[in-house]
Design a protein around this ligand. Structure first.
Ligand code: SF4
Length: 299
């Protein structure tokens, strides 16, 4: 929202902006004596009086701006500085003045609230790291935008890159089974990755790729504001917790993430569990830990 320049209170107290009495005596064609008097007073105080286009039909919409040394409140962009530093010379360029004034009145700046769709559209054209050149699709995330559970993995693999969705293929099927073992449907949770583009040959993400991409995930988490985060795999856990500790040290306890101190539980990535099925028992322990935390939150 743009704020109009404000005439300081001290000026209001010294210069009455509207005194109706003399106006009653005016005839058509007369110049407004109050207006003239006020203009003279303002000019004496070094204040330039500007009129908007609307002032042609409605004098009450006139805008008064203090000269450059008068305080004002403005959240305007730098282009508005011409208003703040207006001098009498500006009146020699009415067309310029008129256009900038018109912008003030007729075009309110729209502040669009952040949405997942906005972030996703940014990601879809992102070129912030070299992974952009090798992707088929960006993989933003999917699921319930108001989910209590947010599940975060590392990066898209080949199947995810091909479909533009996270956790598809065999690892995705196992993740779905893990979610359902918690008596939830996959649609109830929100699933995302730290990286939105596939690293070549599924290699580990590089530090600069994480640095470039993680702001998107931070914004996603802030919008979804889950009650719990389940970080799957060493890389996701280390990236979210800003640590280099091995996953064996990170599992089995409750961490806290971000500005809302969201509980975060670490478990194995489903792709790893497919390769090491004996670890599924530990993964089940992790899920039970997360479920206990959630039951505490709900209660
Ligand atoms: S991985 Fe992330 S930062 Fe890199 S190009 Fe893809 S969306 Fe952009």
């Amino acid at each position: 929202m743009r704020l109009r320049p404000v005439v300081p209170a001290s000026i209001h107290s010294r210069v009455p902006l509207f005194d109706p009495t003399p106006a009653l005596l005016m005839k058509p064609g007369d110049s407004d004596p109050v207006q003239s008097l006020n203009d003279a007073r303002l000019a004496a105080m070094g204040i330039v009086r500007w009129k908007t286009r609307r002032s042609v039909v409605d004098a009450d919409t006139s805008v008064e701006l203090a000269a450059s040394n008068e305080p004002s409140i403005s959240h305007r962009p730098a282009s508005s500085e011409s208003h703040q530093t207006a001098t009498a010379d500006d009146s020699m360029h009415p067309s310029i003045q008129e256009d900038t004034q018109s912008e003030d009145i007729t075009s309110d700046e729209v502040i669009t609230p952040e949405t997942l769709e906005i972030i996703e559209s940014e990601v879809s054209v992102c070129q912030k790291c070299t992974l952009a050149s090798g992707r088929i699709h960006t993989v933003f995330g999917s699921g319930n935008p108001k989910a209590q559970w947010m599940i975060i993995g590392e990066a898209p693999g080949a199947a995810e890159d091909a479909q533009g969705k996270p956790f598809v293929g065999r690892a995705g099927q196992l993740l779905t089974a893990m979610i359902e073992s918690l008596d939830m449907s996959r649609d109830a949770v929100y699933i995302a990755n730290v990286l939105k583009c596939r690293p070549p040959n599924n290699r580990d993400p590089l530090g600069d790729e994480v640095a470039s991409c993680s702001p998107y995930l931070v914004r996603q988490i802030r919008l979804i504001r889950p009650a719990i985060i389940l970080a799957l795999g060493r890389f996701a856990a280390q990236a979210l917790l800003q640590t280099q500790q091995p996953i064996s040290r990170l599992r089995g306890s409750v961490h806290r993430y971000g500005e809302f101190d969201t509980p975060l539980v670490v478990s194995y990535h489903p792709a790893y569990l497919l390769r090491s099925p004996l670890e599924k028992r530990k993964a089940w322990e992790d899920l039970k830990l997360a479920r206990r935390i959630m039951s505490d939150v709900v209660e």
